[in-house]
Design a protein around this ligand. Structure first.
Ligand SMILES: Nc1ncnc2c1ncn2[C@@H]1O[C@H](COP(=O)(O)OP(=O)(O)OP(=O)(O)O)[C@@H](O)[C@H]1O
Ligand SMILES: [Mg+2]
Length: 449
């Protein structure tokens, strides 16, 4: 950050307001204070603030209403909501209304500073992407075509996609599993000058080395046992379009050398062939691995890395872009409703809370699966907390504990699934009689799918 961030602290409690302001000033932020919503809006009409820290419980205009006013009148000001522990519902409400994050009271200066540092990073991204943001703000679905995201980090990714799409240089997309790397690769292709050419994808992690070689380069008839016909490889197929090497970190050293040669000479041969072939493709690679670490361990070639990493796009994990969780969930709910023809399901507040507080090790793919399963499990069109089954039940449990009744029901469901929904067998595993289990199932609306 160059200039100091301008922060507005809005809290009706004098002591709270003063101590937050003092902490912020100490860390070099420019601070103004307001005792309520009306005063805050007045100040914002005179001065531009990068960020507002807003207490949710205030007499008169409360924090949520102020948040909505700020988002409509000053959409470029980031808002952090301060809520008391135990009223997490309101923080979910706030995230839905466009808050960038929330702080639970009581918090210490260090927590506040960490959050502010994250925000100044986001702020810098926002500045870069103001024009794009304006355009997105007009759309109904917060996102970029079929890529949903309204966090500053994703807006930066959208901006980057537009930039790199216009060029021909190789792009390397990095990000944890399930963050949307393939989606981004396709978006780059479909926005570029080769959009009408093919997009040829190959997962380099999924094949043995020999197979990968003939998949990529193709082979001549009789090149190896089983090669009864000549075949074109992916390199040839990508001519005029894009070649997407997914999981590029898994490619063996030998194949890296072979590909490096193709990229440098623009020529190659099929396996078992001698004719020089050429293909004109744009290269897009993706990996969930840290390639520089692999290089330092001697497991990835530096020269190959320089070739594929001319332009880079990093997609941050979902846990670092809280604002995207609810819009993504809504997107998947729309999608499944369209696909199944069932009425569009809605998330209950406790379900939203659980989604927003879970750490998402499997990122967007896991979120999609969680929503898909919940839609199947929900008896009506309401999705409750207990219908959400996470990859890491322990992390979900820590983030948002279940009630005893919810835990019981989850356990019953797991046992029923394990017993193929045979009620008698499940009852015997659970150590209760069949009638009791049937009653519990009926009460909870549990039925075999
Ligand atoms: N921002 C997003 N908006 C909408 N859908 C998304 C988004 N990000 C990911 N998805 C969806 O999540 C799933 C996983 O995305 P994708 O396959 O692109 O991830 P990936 O990073 O390539 O994962 P992996 O590393 O496991 O291959 C897909 O169904 C994709 O459509
Ligand atoms: Mg992928």
């Amino acid at each position: 950050m160059t200039a100091a961030m301008q922060v507005l602290v809005v809290d009706d409690e004098l002591a709270m307001r003063e101590s937050i302001a003092a902490w912020l000033r100490q860390d070099g932020y420019q601070v103004a204070k307001a005792a309520g919503g009306a005063e805050a809006l007045q100040l914002m009409a005179q001065e531009v603030f990068d960020l507002a820290l807003v207490d949710i419980k205030m007499p008169g205009m409360d924090g949520l209403e102020l948040l909505r006013r700020i988002k409509s009148e000053h959409p470029d000001t980031l808002v952090i909501i301060i809520t008391a522990y135990g009223s997490i519902e309101s923080s979910v409400e706030a995230m839905k209304a466009g808050a960038s994050d929330y702080l639970l009271k009581p918090f210490d200066p260090e927590q506040l500073m960490l959050l502010l540092q994250k925000m100044s990073g986001q702020r810098a991204l926002l500045r870069e992407n103001l024009a794009l943001r304006q355009r997105l703000a007009d759309g109904e679905c917060p996102g970029f075509g079929d890529i949903v995201g309204r966090s500053p980090a994703m807006l930066a990714v959208f901006g980057r996609i537009e930039e790199v799409a216009e060029t021909e240089a190789p792009v390397l997309i990095t990000g944890e599993t399930g963050t949307g790397k393939e989606l981004v690769a396709r978006a780059i292709h479909s926005r570029g000058p080769r959009a009408f050419g093919p997009f040829v994808a190959i997962n380099c992690g999924a094949q043995a080395e020999g197979l990968l070689e003939s998949e990529l380069f193709g082979h001549e008839r009789g090149a190896f046992t089983g090669a009864v016909k000549a075949r074109r490889g992916r390199l040839e197929m990508a001519d005029g379009g894009a070649l997407f090497l997914d999981e590029v970190g898994e490619i063996s050293a030998k194949m890296q050398v072979a590909l490096l040669r193709v990229l440098e000479d623009k020529q190659f041969q099929r396996v078992g062939g001698s004719q020089n072939l050429s293909s004109d493709f744009r290269l897009i690679c993706a990996t969930h691995r840290d390639l520089s670490q692999l290089i330092s361990q001697g497991r990835f070639r530096q020269d190959f890395y320089y070739r594929i990493n001319v332009l880079a796009i990093h997609i941050p994990p979902l846990r670092e872009r809280l604002e995207d969780i609810i819009p993504l969930s809504e997107h998947f709910l729309d999608k499944f409703a369209r696909e199944t023809g069932k009425p569009r399901a809605h998330l209950e507040d406790k379900a939203c809370q659980a989604l927003c507080s879970y750490p998402w090790p499997g990122n967007v793919r896991e979120l999609r699966n969680v929503i898909e399963r919940a839609v199947l499990l929900a008896p009506g069109d309401k999705i409750e907390r207990r219908q959400l089954t996470f990859l890491s039940p322990q992390a979900a449990e820590e983030a948002s504990p279940l009630t005893l009744a919810e835990m019981e029901l989850n356990h019953i469901r797991r046992v029923l699934q394990a017993q193929d929904w045979n009620v008698s067998q499940a009852a015997s595993v659970l150590g209760i009689d069949r009638g009791t289990l049937s009653r519990k199932m009926k009460k909870a609306g549990l039925r075999a799918p």
